[in-house]
Design a protein around this ligand. Structure first.
Ligand code: PLP
Length: 543
């Protein structure tokens, strides 16, 4: 293997590339085009490719070394101005200059998910093997729609789908496809469920000749009140209407209540409606609750409804050493959503939709003569576009492939286990802290809580009967704490609402974050809250 060129030689090489504006320094279009071809990823430019990508990687690594908090606190107006000031019609002399500029328009003020004080959303710290994959897949630029744009990439994706389906025990006929994220996976699942239900309705003589809009009129989707908003959004996009989704109440632990589902399905059935799908969640976004999958599956089956499990968050449990049993019930699913870009520590984007019966993917199969003619399918040419709602599609599977080949599945599971155990310990800390109220015991790696200290001696309007800050005041101070901390950049926490009340939320996914790190965030929340209450008191504004 030839040695890589020295970096200083590569820089010299890059500097020989002239940049100029059309019609300015360059005499002719020919010269401009010649210079432009120096930017193409090809054999002639491989030295430049390595040099420039390494400069980019180096800029990020340098940034990492200098980052000591998750955010700078910059506001949208300032970023808009800085980015607006860039003249996009006047390129910079070289990559180094562009990266230097990028420092001020992006890198300096980005949100950093590797930082132990980032504790807000499910977007995760990423593993290095996946970053190697990311660099490779975008350079080769395979597109997953057709075999003639992907070749081995298609087989790698298929092998990973099989691997995932096997882990989920979906059976020999299972299949699936990588998607851009959980929302897309859920949309495709519901699209398949809708078309499956419509195909059933078309068998009835009374429905002969009816078009799709008439047939979807009676379809209903059942999901818990705590399920992801992409379920309702999908129903809306699929022409069922937002209100075709029936919200099933949860028990106190935020898991869907099977008795309530049975009641809701019976009621719909009696009203002449058609239960199209039951969507269970394996790891709700706020509470990490895993719905009682086996009981919900049985009810779905009893009504002939599709059973979809949204394991966008909980998917990583399948490689967990300690908690994989939580996903046992997914073996009963007709389809499953898994987000690798959450609990498999993959960079955005990487998600999959799995189906128990691979033939169901035909509900999204359309043939185009110029891309994937039916003759290709008949000749068993594996065109993945036949299974996807996307056409041109990234080879995101490569990231997971390299992760499994370099780290192994157990190592990924160990990272998630660490986050879950940290959440358990933080839960105990918050439960024992009189200034905070935990909304529920942690189930995966999230904590929902609020700052609601005892306010001895405060005016009666500021305190509820339990002597704590009133719920109304708490509704003002908690979002204010979150905003103040975000603006300081010292930590990033999320917010949510429970029964109409404002709460704070930690989503923990960083296996290197310690209890001390999170305790420091808790102290920051407490100090900020106390300060806000003191200020409100001083100005006479009742919080
Ligand atoms: C994050 C999440 C989704 C959406 O996934 P994206 O990858 O953000 O599109 C869906 N369902 C649940 C339960 C989630 O937590």
């Amino acid at each position: 293997m030839p040695l890589l060129p020295r970096v200083d030689e590569m820089y010299v090489d890059e500097n020989q590339v002239s940049h100029a504006l059309p019609g300015q320094d360059f005499g002719s279009r020919v010269e401009l085009a010649l210079a432009a071809t120096n930017h193409l990823f090809n054999t002639r430019n491989s030295t430049r490719y390595v040099a420039q990508v390494l400069q980019g990687v180096n800029a990020v690594a340098t940034k990492l070394d200098r980052t000591s908090q998750p955010f700078t606190g910059v506001g949208p107006a300032e970023m808009k101005e800085r980015i607006g000031a860039v003249d996009l019609d006047r390129p910079l002399p070289d990559t180094a200059a562009a990266l230097e500029e990028l420092e001020s328009v992006y890198l300096r003020d980005a949100i950093y998910f590797h930082d132990a004080k980032y504790a807000a959303h499910l977007n995760c710290p990423v593993v290095i093997p996946a970053l190697v994959g990311e660099a490779i897949l975008s350079a080769v630029n395979s597109s997953m729609d057709t075999w003639d744009q992907s070749a081995g990439a298609t087989m790698i994706e298929r092998r990973l789908i099989d691997w995932t389906a096997e882990r989920r025990q979906l059976g020999a006929a299972a299949d699936g496809v990588f998607t851009s994220g959980g929302s897309q996976s859920n949309l495709q699942a519901l699209l398949i469920a809708r078309n499956h239900a419509v195909a059933g309705l078309r068998q009835e003589p009374a429905n002969a000749g009816l078009r799709l809009p008439a047939l979807v009129e009676k379809l209903r989707v059942f999901t818990s009140a705590d399920s992801h908003f992409s379920i309702r959004k999908s129903a809306s996009m699929l022409g069922l209407g937002f209100d075709a989704v029936i919200s099933v109440p949860c028990a106190a632990d935020h898991k869907m209540d099977p008795a309530a589902l049975a009641e809701a399905m019976a009621e719909a059935h009696d009203a002449g409606l058609v239960p199209m799908a039951v969507v269970a969640t394996a790891g709700t976004t706020d509470f990490g609750a895993v719905d009682p999958l086996a009981e919900l599956a049985a009810l779905a089956r009893a009504y002939g409804a599709w059973f979809h499990v949204d394991a966008a968050y909980g998917g990583g449990l399948m490689v967990s050493g300690r908690y994989r049993h939580l996903l046992d019930g997914t073996r009963l699913a007709d389809s499953v959503t898994v987000d690798f870009h959450k609990t498999f520590f993959q960079p955005v984007s990487s998600s999959a939709l799995l189906v128990r019966d691979g033939a169901m993917l035909q509900h999204v199969t359309y043939y185009a003569d110029y891309l994937n003619p039916e003759s290709a399918a008949l000749a068993a040419i594996p065109n993945q576009v036949d299974k996807s709602i996307q056409t041109t599609r990234r080879f995101d599977a490569l990231k997971l492939w390299l992760t499994l080949r370099i780290m192994g599945a157990d190592a990924i599971g160990a990272l998630f286990d660490e986050a879950i155990d940290l959440a358990t310990r933080v839960g105990s800390v918050l439960a024992a802290d009189d200034d905070f109220e935990l909304a529920a015991a942690p189930q995966l790696s999230t904590l929902v809580f609020r700052y609601r200290p005892r306010v001895a001696g405060a005016s009666p309007s500021a305190a509820d009967s339990d002597g704590r800050l009133s719920e109304d005041a708490s509704d003002i101070v908690n979002p204010a704490i979150r905003a103040a901390i975000f603006a300081s950049g010292q930590a990033v926490v999320a917010g949510t609402k429970v029964a109409g009340r404002h709460y704070l939320k930690f989503t923990l996914l960083n296996a290197e974050a310690t209890l001390e790190d999170i305790s420091e965030i808790i102290e920051l929340l407490r100090r900020t809250g106390a300060q806000l209450l003191a200020n409100a008191g001083a100005t006479g504004v009742s919080a």
